[in-house]
Ligand binder design. Structure first.
Ligand code: KG4
Ligand code: ZN
Length: 332
């Protein structure tokens, strides 16, 4: 019989709860964004984030249980993203998950939030063919992960400075666009041609699979400082996003061939970009691997992807104890 589990994600600025039957039947999925909460500060304020998680988490769990039409006592497991992220924020979800595990006498499962991102692709129903290469383009991380099995991960590429999402967010701020910056720039890139503007494509031609986006960000900062204030900036931002996506695409394709993978996934907040998804789709028509793009609605942080990886972890009997810790730093 399919298992029933509840997953919590409070790693950053979204409070998210999901209830999953089996590996991919989402019975309830609720995410409360704190975007408005931090807008006036131009970035996430950690103390405010954890306070907000604490205010809403219990009501969110109650609502999820109601929507899923299950009882808490029906749950077989409870999972939580305990790494990486903001320490105070993770602690809220972790404490609630431990309390549920203790009270209901069900296994507790700690999940790596970054490893959960690609599992958004599995919620469409299929499994992964290994080896798989995952491009994870989240707000704080840009990573290429090689996966040989569900619990066998290796980082083969990472950003040496800014993450791609962070770069897009910072450029958007310089150009006066609303948050989330990636979304605002994506809409421009879809609607507008880049014209004759061209920006650097850092490390694109280099053999390794690491990234660097701070130079591209700086090029845009200088461009903005020196430009005619009446210039139509939409083609400029379209050219910027084209450069950024060119690098992501080229590195991922090269790594996929190098490691002879059978599946390539693209996930994380920036992967919600319609422009990025289209670029990947059209560039991978005739390739020796299968491309799996995370559903756009499940690219940004959510507990459904955490639940999916947790269900597979539960099936494998890999549980955690009450000594499970919050680990703010990334370790894959
Ligand atoms: O995965 P995520 O929600 O948070 C982290 O785990 O870091 O990613 C946030 C990133 C931000 O850079 C944001 O600008 C970008 O995802 N983003 C988008 C969209 N929604 C959020 N980028 C492109 N298109 C969107 N619709
Ligand atoms: Zn994330």
């Amino acid at each position: 019989m399919a298992t029933l589990g509840l997953a919590i994600d409070t790693t950053f600025d979204d409070t998210s709860v999901a209830i999953l039957r089996g590996r991919n039947e989402v019975l309830a999925h609720l995410t409360l964004s704190q975007l408005e909460e931090h807008a006036e500060f131009g970035g996430v304020v950690p103390e405010r984030a954890s306070r907000k998680h604490l205010e809403v988490i219990h009501a969110l769990i109650r609502q999820a249980v109601r929507e899923a039409a299950v009882a808490l006592t029906d749950l077989d497991w409870v999972a939580v993203s305990n790494r990486p992220g903001l320490l105070g924020s993770i602690l809220i979800g972790l404490t609630v998950a431990k309390a549920l595990s203790f009270a209901l006498k069900i296994p507790l499962i700690g999940i790596n939030h970054i490893e959960a991102h690609p599992y958004a692709c599995l919620l469409a129903g299929e499994d992964l063919d290994f080896p798989a290469l995952h491009l994870v383009v989240a707000g704080g991380h840009t990573l290429l992960l090689l996966q040989e099995g569900h619990f066998d991960w290796r980082v083969v590429g990472r950003s040496r400075d800014d993450a791609a999402g962070e770069c897009a967010d910072k450029v958007a701020r310089v150009f006066g666009l609303p948050m989330p910056g990636g979304k605002a720039i994506d809409e421009i890139a879809l609607a507008c041609q880049p014209g004759d503007y061209a920006f650097p494509r850092p490390m694109m031609a280099e053999e390794h699979f690491d990234f660097s986006f701070s130079g591209l960000k700086t090029a845009l900062k200088y461009f903005h400082r020196d430009m005619d204030p009446n210039l139509d900036t939409r083609p400029v931002l379209a050219a910027f996003f084209q450069s950024l996506c060119d690098v992501l695409l080229a590195k991922t394709q090269r790594a996929a061939v190098h490691y002879q993978v059978r599946t390539v996934t693209v996930s994380g907040g920036l992967a919600a970009s319609g422009y990025l998804q289209e670029r990947f789709r059209s560039a991978t028509q005739d390739v020796p691997f299968r491309l799996r793009l995370a559903p756009r609605a499940l690219c940004t942080d959510n507990a459904a992807m955490v639940a999916c990886l947790a269900a597979i972890t539960f099936e494998a009997g890999r549980f955690d104890g009450f000594d499970l810790r919050a680990e703010p730093n990334l370790s894959v």
